[in-house]
Design a binder for this molecule. Structure first.
Ligand SMILES: Nc1ncnc2c1ncn2[C@@H]1O[C@H](COP(=O)(O)OP(=O)(O)O)[C@@H](O)[C@H]1O
Ligand SMILES: [Mg+2]
Length: 285
């Protein structure tokens, strides 16, 4: 396998998704490079979730194609994409509530190793599974809660477990869907650090509202608006892009040629204002 750094691992070309009269995804082209730390941002209703559903196979695009490591996967079912190395963070909320993190990971690792549900058997591959689980529990700060039922865990720990489960599936491409959404401030730092420490050889696409996470994590950012790619660039380019600032303020084209925007002149308090303030801070830091 090649280790070329400019190699596209996941590619969406000309994706269109229509729901009746609504075009949720409008001719979107997006390329994820091997080892990428790429963020997808955009205001509510921009089409982020729809795009992730297209990439993972939950939805079939009206037009366009998706390739993973050069293979056309446009018509593959979600589980077939997982088998080929593209994994989305697992939503544990209902499925594994009564299992502990150790049991959940043991199950996932065993299935990856082709052991089916025989993970508890003390012979054969049991040691390999146990070692991998131990590693994952450590890496995701779950060791001290590994024997608690998942429903008893703090929300931040549950989100960590979701990412741990995804990594247990040995992804080459990992799609992280709002990993810090709803996580209380006191539990965020651990999550941010863990996301930052994901293995370098895993290519990551992060969908996130939290601009602190986006700008601390991503080396590449795509901005989606009304189903269309508004722009793509490195964090410095995105932070200083007047179109991006305008979109996040909901002021549209008013700002296009009217000079730099100073957030302090506008009423604050809304989440969009907060997000743009973060962009501004990053821009000057
Ligand atoms: N299943 C659906 N049926 C009809 N419209 C949908 C459906 N899913 C999403 N949409 C519409 O597509 C647009 C993009 O939605 P979404 O992908 O959820 O945006 P985001 O995740 O960026 O907030 C919205 O206008 C939304 O109402
Ligand atoms: Mg969404």
């Amino acid at each position: 396998m090649s280790t070329n750094h400019n190699e596209t691992v996941l590619s969406a070309q000309g994706l269109v998704m229509r729901f009746g009269g609504i075009t949720a995804t409008n001719n979107v082209t997006l390329n994820l490079q091997r080892g990428a730390r790429h963020a997808l941002i955009g205001p509510n209703g921009a089409g982020k979730t729809t795009l992730i559903n297209l990439l993972t196979g939950v939805l079939q695009p009206t037009e366009g194609r998706i390739t993973l490591e050069g293979h056309d996967i446009t018509r593959l079912a979600p589980h077939q994409r997982v088998k080929r190395g593209m994994v989305r963070t697992f939503q544990i909320n209902q499925l594994f509530d009564s299992l502990t993190p150790l049991q959940t990971l043991a199950l996932t690792v065993s299935q990856q190793n082709g052991l089916g549900s025989k993970w508890w058997q003390p012979l054969g591959h049991g040691k390999q599974v146990a070692e991998r689980c131990e590693q994952l529990l450590e890496q995701f700060h779950l060791t001290e809660v590994m024997n608690q039922p998942t429903h008893m865990l703090a929300y931040g720990k549950r989100r960590l477990l979701e990412i741990a489960i995804a990594l247990a599936c040995q992804p080459r491409v990992l799609l992280l869907d709002e990993p810090v959404a709803g996580v209380p401030a006191g539990q965020r730092e651990e999550l941010l650090q863990t996301v930052a420490a994901l293995p370098a050889d895993v290519s990551v696409l992060l969908i996130e509202h939290d601009m602190d996470l986006v700008f601390s994590f991503a080396t590449r950012i795509t901005v989606l608006v009304n189903g269309t790619v508004l722009t793509e660039g490195d964090p410095a380019q995105i932070a200083s892009d007047p179109q991006v600032k305008a979109v996040y303020l909901g002021h549209g084209e008013e700002l296009s040629d009217s000079g730099p925007y100073h957030g302090a002149k506008h009423p604050s308090g809304g989440s969009a204002a907060h997000e743009v303030a973060s962009v501004g801070v990053q821009n000057h830091g």
